[in-house]
Write a protein that binds this ligand. Structure first.
Ligand SMILES: N[C@@H](CCC(=O)N[C@@H](CS)C(=O)NCC(=O)O)C(=O)O
Length: 256
């Protein structure tokens, strides 16, 4: 039986948001979804900055047991939720075991590598008002390099009989963290096909009931469907570039 929890989840339909939604579903925890409309810059409002001073989603407030605790940054939230509520280590490992620290390595690697690099690839490939080839190449190449690191690790683990998982022969929050971004590869204009182990790993994770539910919170995940036609792709890009550019303009105004 999952523990009874009272968690406020602040999220949006983006890679960083989806990973936390998926974990809450995996653990079967009780939570309330608060959709943050990043198109309206709600994440920069006074009340939200008290929850995440960095003004970004995802964030949670855990009110379980009557005490409120805020947790922000995707990697931090994954570690927190598992430390508190994954007591049988179904998606994590015992604190301070070798596998635990290896799991932390891959989470931090994702948070400081794939997330920001692929995020910049998205920006320059999809949203920048002027197309700068150098920037697109730089971030797409770095994303591919990181995917290769992931692919090699998965291949190595499988070769050792550890299954197609990053750590300890099972699906954990290290896989979930990386998956949340690789699942958006096409949006950054990066093909996953050359990374054969990554593709198999991603397909398996996409089949998990918690993933299917989590990626559709707070809105239906439409990117892959939209990408099937040129018009769909353009429409999706238009909608998203709207909020990205509005947010950037607001930041530029504030910091000029
Ligand atoms: N390092 C942060 C990144 C969070 C992040 O960049 N969130 C994006 C959505 S994917 C956001 O809130 N963007 C709105 C903004 O930049 O104002 C994490 O992993 O939680």
């Amino acid at each position: 039986m999952p523990p009874k929890t009272d968690i406020d989840l602040y999220t949006a339909g983006t890679p960083n948001g989806q990973k936390v939604n998926c974990l809450l579903e995996e653990l079967g925890l009780g939570y309330t979804v608060h959709k943050i409309d990043i198109a309206k810059n709600v994440q920069k409002e006074e009340w939200f900055l008290k929850i995440n001073p960095n003004g970004r989603i995802p964030a949670i407030v855990d009110k379980t047991g009557g005490k409120e605790r805020r947790v922000f940054e995707g990697g931090s939230i994954l570690l927190y939720l598992c430390q508190k509520y994954d007591t049988d280590h179904s998606l994590s490992f015992e604190y301070d075991s070798d596998d635990y620290w290896e799991m932390v390595n891959w989470i931090i690697w994702m948070q400081s590598g794939i997330g920001p690099m692929q995020g910049q690839a998205n920006h320059f490939y999809r949203y920048a008002p002027t197309k700068i080839d150098y920037a697109i190449q730089r971030y797409q190449t770095e994303t591919k390099r990181l995917y290769e690191v992931l692919n090699d690790r998965l291949k190595e683990q499988e070769g050792k009989g550890e299954g197609l998982w990053l750590v300890g022969g099972k699906y954990t929050i290290a896989d979930l963290a990386c998956f949340s971004w690789v699942n958006w590869a096409e949006w950054a204009g990066v093909e996953t096909k050359p990374f054969t182990e990554v593709v198999k790993w991603m397909d398996t994770i996409n089949e998990r009931p918690a993933t299917k539910k989590g990626v559709n919170i707070p809105d239906k995940f439409e990117m892959k469907e939209a990408m099937k036609t040129k018009e769909g792709e353009e429409e999706y890009a238009k909608h998203h570039s709207n909020w990205v550019m509005k947010g950037q303009e607001a930041d530029q105004e504030k910091h000029k």
